[in-house]
Design a protein around this ligand. Structure first.
Ligand code: HEC
Ligand code: HEC
Length: 447
């Protein structure tokens, strides 16, 4: 029996009924084979890199904290003295290791332990979850030899589910056009700050994968949709706008080049197919974009769409979903959020701007483990509603502009440990109160 990956699909409802030794049996079959398909190889490569960076020091050949090693599949399956479900392949929700890495930063049981300075990023957490859900493929030779190269067709294959068609051939004319317009603009105007040397806003514009992965606030290109593409939106801002790209002093990109970029994004933001085998390591290996909608029953998504709520895959490393209520008039009651149940653990971006907020809406946002970006601007948000946001431990971006929140909300905001960007313009907060929020790694934005 091949070791089939169930890429990211939620486990069957009966999963918890399976006795653990059954999971173990399936696994022992996986053990004999190594990772086979490109997708499995990539799952493995990414997960292994995370384990190596964050776990081997304490759970490897040198030390075995908690009597646990995580540097081989056999060891992971054996588990520790305490638990034999450290890894349950195919079932992230039953795997102790996944439970441990997803705990809030301050929890006593979180892994790596709270006192270690290195925290797992969301992408790293997702890499491990996807690997476990994908059947925990393990490629022993690759584990020893380090990262393996992937061939260009393999890479292209992995991008397909999200409509990023790297294998789509380009005529020599199309390719020359791409180089002369798109690549050139990035090289001449952007990569000085968004390239190998500097990564302002956590964004790189020098490679297809990195461009699609986006910056600190997520994807900057939405293929087919220029007006939702932050990259283009930033270039079109008035020249004295604080957010214009390139920044004011660097001059503007010529109008015809901006028009070319718009056309390119409208046409689907295609890149020329990769030519050669990809160089290994160095962060320039391609990543699989993971679409949590693939293979699920989408009737609820269709209902939402008919009601103006959009659920779209995020084209960034590790995948995830963006849910937009900003164009919908649907009442935000519990039944609406019930429709998103299947995908809850994938929602990383939630946009309620312009909507009529309810306590249920805030409770829903608060319940999402991996929520990174939350838009609440131009709503009826007030201190009472915001109070519900008390366990959004991974939230990095929060937009409150043009709402009724006041100084009473400072305490709530202070308890969001991962927050990096907070929009406060046109709220009722006083400058004195806001001072209490100041923190080196938090950017407060007033406009
Ligand atoms: C600085 C050392 C350190 C690092 C780094 C570390 N751990 Fe641990 N880990 C421990 C200690 C100590 C224990 C035992 C105490 C406990 O169970 O919390 C433990 C226990 C565990 C357990 C529970 C085993 C059981 O008996 O149930 C799991 C699962 C685990 N670690 C996974 C990980 C993973 C996955 C990583 C990497 C993401 C990691 N750990 C990184 C120190 C570490
Ligand atoms: C002189 C340096 C500089 C140049 C040149 C520059 N940028 Fe930026 N860029 C920044 C800084 C600093 C940030 C982070 C602050 C912010 O978000 O405004 C940023 C952020 C961004 C973001 C937002 C990323 C995110 O996720 O928040 C986008 C999109 C962007 N730049 C696009 C571009 C494009 C496109 C170009 C070229 C046309 C460009 N930039 C040129 C400095 C630069």
């Amino acid at each position: 029996m091949p070791c089939t990956p169930h890429l990211g699909r939620p486990p069957p409802a009966s999963a918890h009924l399976f006795p653990l030794h059954v999971a173990g049996l399936v696994l022992s079959l996986c053990l004999s084979g190594s990772a086979q398909t490109p997708a499995q190889k990539l799952l493995f490569t990414r997960a292994h890199a995370v384990l190596e960076k964050h776990c081997f020091d304490c759970h490897g050949p040198e030390k075995q904290k908690g009597a646990l090693r995580v540097d081989s599949l056999a060891a992971l399956l054996k588990g520790s003295k305490e638990s034999d479900n450290v890894l349950v392949a195919g079932h992230a929700d039953q795997s102790e290791m996944v439970y441990r890495i997803r705990l809030p930063v301050a929890d006593d049981d979180v892994m790596p332990p709270a006192k270690t300075p290195l925290r797992l990023t969301n992408q790293e957490i997702l890499a491990l979850i996807q690997w476990v859900d994908g059947g925990a493929p393990w490629d022993a030779p690759a584990a020893e030899a380090g990262e393996k190269e992937m061939s260009a067709p393999d890479v292209a294959e992995l991008h397909k589910p999200l409509g990023v068609d790297l294998a789509r051939s380009m005529s020599p004319e199309e390719e020359a056009w791409f180089k002369g317009n798109i690549e050139q603009v990035f090289a001449n105007h952007c990569t000085g700050c968004h390239g190998p040397q500097k990564q302002k806003g956590d964004l790189r514009l020098d490679r297809a994968k990195l461009i699609l992965a986006g910056g600190e606030n997520g994807p900057v290109i939405v293929p087919g949709n220029p007006s939702k593409s932050e990259l283009l939106v930033r270039m079109l801002l008035p020249k004295d706008d604080e957010d214009v790209m390139p920044p004011e002093e660097k001059g503007r990109v010529p109008r015809e080049k901006i028009a070319a970029l718009r056309k390119w994004i409208s046409d689907g933001a295609h890149f020329p197919p990769p030519k050669s085998k990809l160089a290994r390591g160095g962060g320039n290996h391609y990543t699989r974009f993971f679409d949590p909608l693939v293979g699920t029953d989408k009737r609820n998504i269709d209902w939402l769409k008919q009601n103006g709520v959009f659920v779209e895959p995020l084209i960034w490393e590790g995948g995830g979903l963006r849910v937009l209520f900003s164009h919908s008039a649907v009442a935000l009651d519990a039944s609406v959020f019930d429709r998103l149940k299947t995908w809850e653990s994938h929602i990383r971006w939630l946009d309620f701007s312009n909507a009529q907020l309810t306590p249920e809406a805030l409770a829903f946002a608060n319940s999402l483990d991996l929520l990174l970006v939350l838009h609440l601007e131009r709503t009826n948000l007030d201190d009472t509603l915001l109070k519900q946001l008390n366990s959004a431990t991974r939230l990095e971006y929060l937009n409150l502009h043009s709402t009724q929140v006041s100084d009473a909300s400072i305490a709530v905001l202070k308890k969001l440990p991962a927050l990096r960007k907070l929009y406060l313009w046109n709220t009722k907060m006083s400058p004195e109160a806001v001072q209490r929020l100041e923190r080196e790694d938090l950017r407060l934005v007033y406009r």
